[in-house]
Design a protein around this ligand. Sequence first.
Ligand code: HEM
Length: 487
Amino acid sequence: MTDTSTASAGSVPLAPRAWPLLGHALPLLRDPLAFIMSLSGYREMVRVRLGPSSAVMICDPDLTRQVFLNDRTFDKGGPIYDRIREVIGDGLSTCAYPLHRRQRRLCQPSFHPTRLAGYGAVFARAATAKAGSWRDGDVLDVTQEMMTLTTRATMETMFSGALPAETMQRCLADTAVIVSAFFRRMMTPALLRRLPTRQKRRYDDARTRLAATIAEIIAERRADPTDHADLLSTLVAAVDEESEDGRRQLNDAELADEALTFFLGGMETTAITLAWALHLLATNPDVQHRLKAETDRVLAGGKLDPAHLPSLGLASRVVTETLRLYPPAWMMTRVVREDAELGGVRFKGGSTIVLSPYLLHRRADLYDEPDRFDPDRWLDAQPDRRATYIPFGAGARKCIGDQFALTEAILALTAIVDRWELTPVGDQPFQPKVETSLSSRGLRLRLTERRSSGAGDAERSAAAPLSASVQPSTQPGAAACPVKHGR
Ligand code: HEM
């Protein structure tokens, strides 16, 4: 982090309990959420120190919006993105402002609503198959199960499911190693990060192997240019008509970075969201009952289909509320590219800014009973997606996969709750593990089968192996998600 103490020193208060030399590193490592929430009394901004460097944390929704909207000045950067860049190079999520618009134009067609309908069919099939693989009385490692589900579904949508099981397994294992190492590496000073420890070797090996696997898949796809109607085909075919010659496409290295970006960016966040949603349903049986009633009414004994999405209002609100309480991207960082003013404070170029959806989503002046799980708070209210509700960020850098993730999460929740009743294991409240994401690692839930015949059987037989390729829909908006995202 860069020292901002010379930038209008004194005007931004320093958070209490900074240790000499260490700054706030200890509370941030010991209990980051408690530390972040201890800052909610600051209405606008507060300075946090990590060792010799410091960053300014923005606590106000309006200032947060200003940072999001001015992405030329408040650019992607800072410790989180430096670590992510180690793995995915200059992909869409990590590239700096000068590269961003062109890359976004090239990636956008992969997430066009006409594509979402095809992806939705894969999600419904994958979730039904996953829910059909459990047995009555099972105690699930929920996060692990949701990671397998979203990895499979992401692979299907990206590579039309043409991957051998062994490749899929290897990608899953490598991704797990990379994801769990991110936060530790982010918090470790550069010198220590370079030490040749066993953990570093595992991390480096996983990174190299995953990149090689993706490069292999891309090489095969280049050799066989048939339209596989999946995300990778759309990326390979994408042309930037606004480039100088109007014909600019992604080269192999850029393709690999983007494929890795979608893969890593999409899978874990969606898996965590689903795991938290299942936890919240298990601990709020009344909502779970109502959700089951919704699935009964909407599916009416038939097979889950993306066309059901507009009728899955409660499932959609459960996902919206889950993302408010447990936003996977609990904090984001930005680097100030050139001297700038924000909220009456002068920031020097190079300063680090921290934004926290977790902090804003739990502010009592923005939400009634902010810690309570209440999907019905969204019955008549639309989330303000530019300031107070920002699980997907906002502005030009807003998540490109938001509708993809919401479609996947709503369909998966429906498939699971339709078949299984979920109950907590033990009576200890489950706490998030704070890593780069707000992880649900270690969450376990017990399953009780709701029924063993009838509609359940129809769904089980519909849980065909995930081998069909993703079919693009010709109906724009066919998979339109009931949750709409504004800019
Ligand atoms: C619930 C699931 C998800 C959550 C909570 C989430 C969250 C976010 C957030 C907060 C950002 C903005 C980060 C920032 O401004 O610093 C972001 C960006 C991004 N996300 Fe997601 N994401 C999710 C799912 C996905 C999926 C499924 C994909 C792709 C398949 C994806 C791909 C991306 C990409 C490429 C960016 C960078 C966009 C840009 O800079 O133009 N995400 N995501």
